[in-house]
Write a protein that binds this ligand. Structure first.
Ligand code: ADP
Ligand code: ZN
Ligand code: ZN
Length: 791
């Protein structure tokens, strides 16, 4: 019987209409062998469980997770979709059900647990299930890119003693036997070359005689060689490391549990992951390791690949070519990789259902785990749910845990996380000295009236760092040259805004163009671009540009230290200069080799880098996010300062950090300077509690968007009103109100915020609102459950 739903959140009595699109069609002369519920790969939100189709006899092998083609609607448009459930019977009239046309591609079946996970995501995050399933499968897999299969050869059973072999065939077997395990199975041609054969004939004879094993497989491109591998093994674990490993490993067979590892930067968390991975692999299981963004992967993956070089690490992230994606996806799907490593979407790695032994989420606090398109899931939270489905433990690690996870580790009661601590850096390394300096005072110290980005304290420290041959990272979380373009005349007051968004335009310098006005202005939200105007359009005075940006930092550094030359001894690392994983890898390897002395960059350089040569970290302005209208602004400031500070002094010499700020007494900055996460979390959680904010409550943010302001407002009001009626006393409904950025790319934006005491109460409201059609993800409405960005 069709009708099992793992997360029952539909209010009693809700009818699910499955008949609309299933008009009567001729069924040919094939009888149905069963019925399948499918989710079409489109924005159609057939909540909660898709459409029902008949399974023709020729497709009796169909399973949940298969991608199939079905006829949709009156025109029977061939539409890709996913099987989410299969049953013998149906409550619908079988005569009215259309048959599935065909199965799409043999390699693209999703494991059953992923289908289950998709249903949870679709429910929890209010996303159409078809789109959720579609986003689990990389486009390269759907399009079958790069699946050129080759014949692979492996050792067969031992030869019978009396077996007589011609010399060439014997030679092949000898070569095969001498290969490292990681080199097998080996591609037919390569084996022929290694055995110094002119033809593949002798190997084919061995195949015919059944003396070697064969398989067909896609060839894996040399992806691993892109990562600088590092196989250094620390001599001995620290006591706290050993303790964490024992505690987590002790529970590997005991089913689902969530562990939170709070370890200061450089405390050896990665080493803990590696040892745990070794144990899981030894038990014949697979580890899924998630890291934020590609920017963290080069070093982390380098270490993993170095340490697990005899295993095939499957790597899944957006920096791969389509063919690489496909190949690595298949390696994970076929259970050939005991380690699967990747960014957010790797949480959907098709690891076979019985194989998953442990999930690790590194830097679990990182915002890049949240997807900002439908389905708007949080990779960490989905990973927790996946571990629960796979009945395995999950380890979340961070030097600055999210307050959500921290709260979960302290609230006690059912489902609470187990907390583990690494309070000190590994032996021989000390946490850096952090000096907070007042930006205003620093400005006064300069003789002229120009705005300087680098104050005397940072200048002195950088000078000393360069003198002793050490390296520095200089952080400013803002791209471009200047983020204000304005009329110098107060009475006029003109500032340059984007024509399509309610934000100021950012000035980007282009050195190829002649000065003055050598550059263009760009909107960071809709990417509109134009030339820098020379004069104010209102009063025709010469305009001025001010504010901060990484380009200006670079310029000022060069002026102060002529030895720092952009592209030679100094490099700017932000999304304007780094056009992909390769650029970033190259930059890091040049930095690692010591050729580059200074990296200037946005938060791309704040994360996970581990270079012993870094003696100084400079934060140009710690306040770039402190004043944003977002209740997580202080948490982000704390994270950014702590994380970037953690890059300093990872070698034998103690590091130094200079933090410039307009708010030197702000707790987020003071406590980050003291490496005191625990106090920060205590203070911040108390404030969240007072404000009724997450993690002590649950939030959902609904954003209404329309080019027509009045239409937007009307829909927002109607939606809020209906939500208030449905919510009753249980859930606070705030708004509608204009979003902090009230217009983006020509669309007006209104927001409604829901605050519920628990996730369960929130889900009940969302399910009711969704089944009534009050809320529906689409172009006019974004539904963001547990949002992390509030602009
Ligand atoms: P984290 O991930 O907590 O920032 P890492 O795992 O990157 O820390 O470790 C920081 C450095 O310390 C690395 O270079 C690592 O090789 C080294 N390290 C890790 N564990 C030990 C240990 N027990 N003894 C000595 N060095 C260690
Ligand atoms: Zn814009
Ligand atoms: Zn003017």
């Amino acid at each position: 019987m069709i009708g099992i739903l793992s997360v029952p959140i539909l209010p009693a009595g809700t009818k699910v209409d499955c008949t609309l699109d299933t008009v009567t069609t001729l069924f040919g002369n094939e009888a149905a062998t069963g019925y399948a519920r499918v989710a079409v790969e489109r924005g159609v939100d057939r909540y909660p469980d898709g459409l029902t189709y008949a399974i023709p006899q020729s497709l009796s092998e169909i399973r949940p997770g298969d991608r199939v083609i079905v006829p949709l609607g009156r025109g029977n448009t061939a539409t890709a979709s996913y099987v989410i459930d299969v049953a013998q019977n149906t409550t619908l009239d079988p005569a009215k059900l259309k048959p599935i046309t065909r199965r799409d591609d043999a390699s693209a079946r999703l494991p059953g647990q992923l289908v289950e996970l998709a249903r949870w995501i679709s429910n929890y995050y209010c996303a159409p299930i078809g789109m959720t399933l579609a986003s689990m499968l990389p486009a390269a897999v759907k399009r079958n890119v790069g699946s050129v299969t080759k014949t692979m050869i492996d050792l067969g059973d031992p030869l019978p003693l009396d077996e007589k072999l011609p010399p060439k065939q014997r030679q092949v077997l000898e070569v095969l036997a001498k290969l490292e395990p990681a080199q097998r199975p080996i591609e037919l041609r390569t084996l022929a070359d290694m055995a110094e054969l002119k033809t593949t004939g002798p190997i084919k004879k061995l195949i015919d005689r059944g003396l070697v094993e064969t398989s067909r497989r896609t060839a894996v491109e040399a992806l691993w060689s892109q990562h600088t591998s590092d196989a250094t093994v620390p001599e001995r674990l620290t006591e706290p490391q050993a303790k964490v490993i024992d505690e987590v490993a002790g529970g590997l067979d005991d089913g689902f549990a969530v562990h939170l590892l709070h370890g200061v930067t450089g405390s050896g968390k990665t080493e803990v992951y590696i040892r745990l991975i070794e144990r899981v692999i030894a038990a014949g299981k697979t580890v899924l390791l998630l890291v934020p963004e590609i920017s963290l992967t080069p070093q982390t993956s380098g270490r993993l690949i170095g340490r697990f070089s005899d295993h095939r690490v499957a790597i899944l992230h957006s920096g791969l070519t389509a063919a690489q994606r496909h190949q690595h996806w298949l390696m994970a799907a076929e259970g050939r990789s005991p380690i699967v490593l990747g960014a957010r979407s790797a949480v959907f790695a098709p690891i076979p259902d019985d194989k998953l032994g442990l999930i690790i989420v590194d830097e679990e606090h990182d915002g890049s785990y949240k997807q900002d398109q439908v389905p708007r899931y949080h990779g960490r939270d989905v990973a927790i749910r996946r571990a629960q489905l796979a009945k395995c433990p999950i380890l979340l690690g961070s030097a600055t845990p999210s307050l959500e996870s921290w709260h979960n580790a302290h609230r006690g009661g059912k489902g609470a996380f187990t907390l583990h601590r690494l309070a000190d850096r590994v032996p021989g390394a000390q946490l850096p000295i952090v000096k907070v300096v007042d930006f205003r005072e620093q400005q006064r110290a300069h003789q002229d009236r120009r705005v300087h980005l680098i104050g005397p304290a940072m200048q002195t420290a950088l000078g000393r760092t360069l003198e002793v041959g050490a390296q520095a990272l200089i952080l400013l979380n803002r791209r471009g040259y200047a983020n204000y373009i304005a009329c110098p005349d107060f009475n006029c007051g003109w500032t340059m805004q984007c024509d399509h968004c309610d934000v100021t335009m950012v000035y980007h310098l282009n050195k190829q163009l002649p000065k003055p006005g050598a550059g263009y202005v760009r909107c960071h939200h809709c990417l509109a671009e134009q030339k820098l105007p020379a004069t104010c359009p209102d009063c025709h005075k010469r305009i001025s540009t001010f504010g901060l940006g990484t380009q200006r930092v670079e310029e000022e550094l060069h002026r102060m230290f002529p030895m720092l030359v952009e592209g030679d001894t100094m490099l700017r690392v932000d999304s304007d200069t780094m056009h992909g994983a390769k650029d970033f890898h190259d930059a890091l390897s040049r930095f690692g080799s010591g050729q580059l002395r200074v990296l200037v960059g946005t938060q791309m350089i704040a994360k996970g880098l581990d270079y012993p040569g870094v003696r100084l970290v400079g934060v140009i302005n710690a306040d770039t996010s402190i004043n944003l209208p977002d209740f997580r602004a202080t948490e982000r400031t704390f994270q950014l300062v702590s994380q970037v500070a953690g890059r300093s002094g990872r070698g034998a010499d103690r590091g130094m950090v200079i933090v410039q700020t307009f708010n030197p007494s702000a707790p987020s900055i003071q406590l980050a300077a003291k490496h005191d996460f625990v106090s920060f979390a205590r203070i911040e959680l108390a404030q969240r509690k007072q404000g009724g904010l997450p993690p002590l409550t649950r939030m959902t943010r609904i954003v209404l968007r329309d080019e027509d302001h009045l239409k937007c407002l009307a829909l927002a009001k109607a939606t809020a009103e209906r939500l208030r009626q449905l919510a009753g006393e249980a859930v606070r409904v705030r708004g509608p109100a204009p979003c902090p950025i009230a217009r983006i790319a020509g669309k007006h934006r209104q927001q409604i915020e829901l605050l519920a005491p628990t996730a369960g109460i929130m889900q009940t409201l969302l399910a009711a609102a969704r089944s009534e059609g009050v809320i529906k993800a689409g172009t006019a409405m974004a539904i963001d459950v547990d949002p992390i960005a509030l602009l």
